[in-house]
Design a binder for this molecule. Sequence first.
Ligand SMILES: Nc1nc2c(c(=O)[nH]1)N[C@H]1C(S)=C(S)[C@@H](COP(=O)(O)OP(=O)(O)OC[C@H]3O[C@@H](n4cnc5c(=O)[nH]c(N)nc54)[C@H](O)[C@@H]3O)O[C@H]1N2
Ligand SMILES: Nc1nc2c(c(=O)[nH]1)N[C@H]1C(S)=C(S)[C@@H](COP(=O)(O)OP(=O)(O)OC[C@H]3O[C@@H](n4cnc5c(=O)[nH]c(N)nc54)[C@H](O)[C@@H]3O)O[C@H]1N2
Ligand code: SF4
Ligand SMILES: [Mo]
Length: 713
Amino acid sequence: MNEQTIRTTHYRACHLCEAICGLKIETEGVQQEQRIISIKGDEHDPFSRGHICPKAIALQDMHDDPDRLKLPVKKVDGAWQQISWEQAFDEIAQIVAEIQGREGNDSLAVYAGNPNVHNYGNLTHGRMLRKALGTKQNYSATSLDQLPHHFAAYFLYGHQFLIPVPDIDRTKFMVIMGGNPLASNGSMMTVPDVKKRLKSIQERGGKFVVIDPRRTETADIADSHLFIKPGTDIFLLLGMINYMFNNERVRDGHLTNVFDGLAEVEQSVAGFSLAIVSAQTGIPANQLIDLFDAFCAQPESVFYGRMGVSVQQHGSLCQWAIQVINLLNGSVDVPGGAMVPSSAIAYVQPGEPGSGHYNLFQTRVRGLPEFGGELPVSALAEEMLTPGEGQLKALFTLAGNPVLSSPNGRQLDQALEKLDLMVSLDFYINETTQHADYILPPTAALEHDHYDIAFHRLAVRDTARFNEPVFEPEAGTKHDWEILNGLSIAIAAAKGQSLRAMPAPDILMDMGLQMGPYSKKAGSEHALNLAKLKANPHGIDLGPLKEGLLKRLCTENKRINLAVEILLSAINKIALDSGHELDFPLTLIGRRHVRSNNSWMHNYHRLVKGKPRHHCFVHSSDLNALNLVDGEEVILRSRVNEIKVQIEMSDEVMPGVVCLPHGWGHDRQGIKLEVAERHAGVSFNDVSDDQACDPVTGNAILNGIPCGLYKLN
Ligand SMILES: Nc1nc2c(c(=O)[nH]1)N[C@H]1C(S)=C(S)[C@@H](COP(=O)(O)OP(=O)(O)OC[C@H]3O[C@@H](n4cnc5c(=O)[nH]c(N)nc54)[C@H](O)[C@@H]3O)O[C@H]1N2
Ligand SMILES: Nc1nc2c(c(=O)[nH]1)N[C@H]1C(S)=C(S)[C@@H](COP(=O)(O)OP(=O)(O)OC[C@H]3O[C@@H](n4cnc5c(=O)[nH]c(N)nc54)[C@H](O)[C@@H]3O)O[C@H]1N2
Ligand code: SF4
Ligand SMILES: [Mo]
């Protein structure tokens, strides 16, 4: 057998979405000549059990993508020049020191995008850069996403990461509100093979219900689906709490005697009668009662809400109300209900730093609150564009594409052009990074090792898995964590400080494992450490979710105060929906597809081939009323902007609702994404509104946007 025909089997996690499926990757050849022959699901992975989706196959496209950068580039007179790492680090450090020296540390912001949580070296080493920069201006995709979950967990359980997830493998009744796991493969609930897991609920005699303005792929296999008017979920949730109080459905459970504030909550929801809920949501009262009764029939029920209820007007209230419903039904910390995973790397210790805080400082222009040290992304552009003391002059983006992913992206697009310095850690010249002065590209996924720090913490079963890289990194390239180390040390030095390099992430992870709940030290039979995980590349099963929230509660008095003051006062401000402005009679919601991932996987031909997936769904009755035809190109207009969309008649959506995926809109000058440009689509966030956000947290509103459709002139 010569070197070309040497075949190797690699076991490796897919890090592209939260489902963390195990993969079996076959390669041929050795070292730099190695190439992928096949990517399949790993049947021996105890968690994902062989599940895989089409995105994993595109890891091959990512690896081979000719547009992917491998070495640093600098923009000189509008053109990109390759430079050395040393030059990049030195120059950036000098400019940062100069800007921060002149304008203060807070004149520079950091935006961290979604792939940071999927790449453990970014999680461990991101803090190096924050330390070197010393800015309070930290932004991330969290405030386009799951911020309300952290907010609710912080106020109820005392820690932003103490988040119960559905015990989907044992539940008897599950409500999925504003989530479409059949497309997204689950979120804030790491659940590989979700379709089979949902079907198993039905096979063991249980049921699951979907509440969504669109009859989604998940709704299609549910026991029932309730259409709900976008943005009205809070009525259903508060109405359900009211119903539980009024109809003796509040169950005594093992947590009941640590509850505080029951009476205040009861009083706050008293006005949410079935009649009001039904009128606001569009769901008939008898269907609401059936839902509430079926849920409350047993403690092994779980209410779960995701993007459709997190990233909308009342996101924080919704996520709090969902916790309250689970708590009042006695479902929290109970098998079959909602339970907090026990990840192998110790985390969530009472009193530990990072447990969370709220509103300690605010954004300069609009006064939006920080949460856990981060400010809402909806404010990022105005902080750059509004002159005055404290105006942002520089930005670092780490694995993020906020021009496509944050509200009013066109405004941000313009704001980025005006910065004195922009640096991006990213391997693409895309809609955001094209504005950078320096792009520092990391190695691709299969070139570095991997442990899923973030998603084992949200997983519906306790497992642990470490994987070696599939490919050796190309000569001269760096991993994200190495870039973060080098850049941070250079910046600190330029500012006259000294910073020591952090050890490689696998070393940190090994330490974490050896202090965790499955370590020898903790007396666990699993005696986990890095060596043990290396010897078990399919992953190690650590059993179903475990009870024990009482011991893990991080609130100071070890109790759960349901009556979160700021939220109760927000309830008083909920306005009844009195219809939209005349110009914007329709409501825009988002959509995900299993062959697409946020904004950055449209350059992979294995994913974008076939029929376009970025059309705008419109109900037939709206098409008729507006005198439009299926397939027509029309203007979609909102308060901030207008875009041209191609409409697709679809009775999956409710009348009055239009539906468009985000992350598209790649036909811009300056980007270098050959395949994506040919499948451009339009960007949803050109019409979402940066000025409208969740009043409690400042989280973005990316679902339920008032809009209108107009004929092209
Ligand atoms: N309208 C609307 N907008 C949305 C949403 C929605 O539902 N509707 N969803 C929101 C949500 S939930 C999220 S999480 C955000 C995502 O928003 P972002 O995180 O801002 O955007 P992504 O599309 O994930 O872009 C990721 C970037 O990271 C780069 N990248 C990928 N892997 C790596 C890596 O390993 N290292 C480095 N350094 N770079 C990498 C990619 O090239 C890409 O530029 O979008 C939000 N925006
Ligand atoms: N294939 C794929 N998988 C992904 C991603 C991806 O882009 N593509 N992104 C990943 C990321 S970053 C995240 S955060 C997760 C998100 O995971 P999910 O939340 O499961 O994904 P979405 O498809 O955004 O689901 C939101 C659902 O809410 C509905 N909805 C919209 N407005 C409302 C409303 O007002 N009320 C109710 N009840 N429902 C509403 C929408 O119709 C949609 O079905 O997915 C992750 N997985
Ligand atoms: S569902 Fe698909 S993208 Fe997500 S981890 Fe599994 S294979 Fe990867
Ligand atoms: Mo997300």
